[in-house]
Design a protein around this ligand. Structure first.
Ligand SMILES: NC(=O)c1ccc[n+]([C@@H]2O[C@H](COP(=O)([O-])OP(=O)(O)OC[C@H]3O[C@@H](n4cnc5c(N)ncnc54)[C@H](O)[C@@H]3O)[C@@H](O)[C@H]2O)c1
Length: 351
């Protein structure tokens, strides 16, 4: 069964979620982009050998001409140099405004391919085919595109919504443990901030039993948040629950910890603090802790709190002398308050 979620951002687009959808990518793209002649597939060296041929075959069967640009897999490729090479590649293949980009891969491919699509000829359409759980529930929806620079992650980019997202959950079979946990952390976050029922279903094991339904609900929630705050000036901030401290842990660990593992600990640290400070109902921390640990995450970090507070200062979401704290009031409901940096240590310190 294919779940279809409509996202009301940009000119509006569908997100299709189901198993064995790669063979339908061509036909579905044809419906979304009826006048498009050529498609530049943008993918990485890990994903291309796994799924590249199936996608290009499906596109050609639907009448598209294709060409394929492959970049070295990993975050280190997510920079302007890779985007520059892809822009040149599209020029060499004479792509016009009638043509489109199809991104096949995880969040790195999605962010860069979407960014290139947004600036090539001042913007051409693009389709996302996410192949990581994180890209499926998070990065492929919402239109944030971009690259890292020498000064930090995601410092250059655009808002550019895709025309279609096709998520074949069969592609997740080839993911490693940390890559699955990266997506799982975002799923737990989404349920915790917005949907008590989804959180209960996760507690009952829904991610294993019915991953398509869980992913669809997460996409729906992200879509609602994005539709009401496309350019991230308010509500969209709630999606950062656990992320400021998660980023601080990643930074202090020199990126030797995966993103999902860091975010999971970030969610717990902030919830322990907001429970102590009376902002979070009792019993909520314990439920979050139990779901996070039973999902396979470590629940503590050896990074000293002083170091985390210092790293949090450099977060790009900080404002002047304060930091936004997104916290759970209860399961399914969150809020946003600021805490001054000079009070952050005491705020976070355990009782
Ligand atoms: N735009 C947004 O809203 C948004 C949101 C969250 C994260 N992001 C970005 O997403 C990126 C992280 O995404 P990611 O974790 O998907 O990283 P990624 O794209 O680098 O994928 C992780 C690794 O998995 C490999 N891979 C991808 N699909 C695979 C598959 N099906 N089987 C086996 N291996 C596979 C990739 O080649 C890569 O080596 C970061 O750059 C982050 O900034 C963006």
């Amino acid at each position: 069964m294919t779940n279809t979620i409509h996202i009301d951002a940009g000119s509006g687009y569908d997100v299709l979620i189901g198993r064995d959808l790669l063979a339908q990518v061509g036909e579905r793209t044809r419906r979304a982009l009826p006048k498009t002649a050529r498609i530049a597939v943008f993918t990485d060296t890990t994903v291309q050998p796994l799924y590249g041929d199936a996608v290009e075959r499906s596109l050609r069967e639907a009448g598209f001409e294709t060409c394929c640009f492959v970049f070295p897999a990993g975050e280190r490729s997510k920079n302007l140099a890779t985007v520059g090479r892809f822009l040149d590649f599209m020029s060499e293949h004479r792509l016009t405004r009638r043509d489109a980009v199809l991104v096949l891969g995880g969040g790195v491919a999605g962010d860069m391919g979407g960014f290139a699509a947004s600036i090539y000829l001042r913007g051409i359409p693009f389709v996302q085919v996410p192949t990581t759980l994180l890209a499926a529930v998070d990065s492929s929806v919402g239109g944030k595109t971009g690259v890292d620079t020498a000064y930090g992650k995601n410092l250059t980019g655009t808002f550019w919504q895709p025309s279609l997202v096709v998520c074949d959950t069969g592609t997740f079979d080839s993911l490693g443990v940390d890559q699955v946990l990266d997506g799982t952390a975002e799923i737990i976050k989404t349920a915790a901030i917005r949907d008590a029922d989804l959180f209960e279903r996760l507690e009952a094991g829904a991610l294993k039993a019915d991953p398509e339904a869980v992913i669809a609900r997460c996409v729906e929630i992200k879509g609602e948040v994005v539709a009401s705050d496309e350019k991230e000036s308010g509500l969209r901030r709630i999606l950062n629950f656990g992320h400021t401290l998660g980023h601080a842990i990643e930074l202090k660990k020199d990126y030797g910890i995966s993103h999902g593992r860091a975010v999971a600990i970030g969610m717990l640290l902030v919830t322990a603090a907001t429970r102590k400070n009376g902002w979070t109902e009792s019993g909520i921390y314990e439920r979050l802790l139990s779901l996070i640990s039973s999902s396979g995450f470590a629940v503590e970090t050896d990074v000293p709190l002083e170091d985390l507070c210092e790293a949090a200062r450099s977060d790009k979401k900080s404002e002047g002398d304060s930091i936004h704290i997104i916290y759970l009031q209860t399961i399914g409901s969150c809020a946003d308050r600021t805490v001054r940096f000079d009070a952050l240590y005491d705020f976070l310190k355990s009782e």
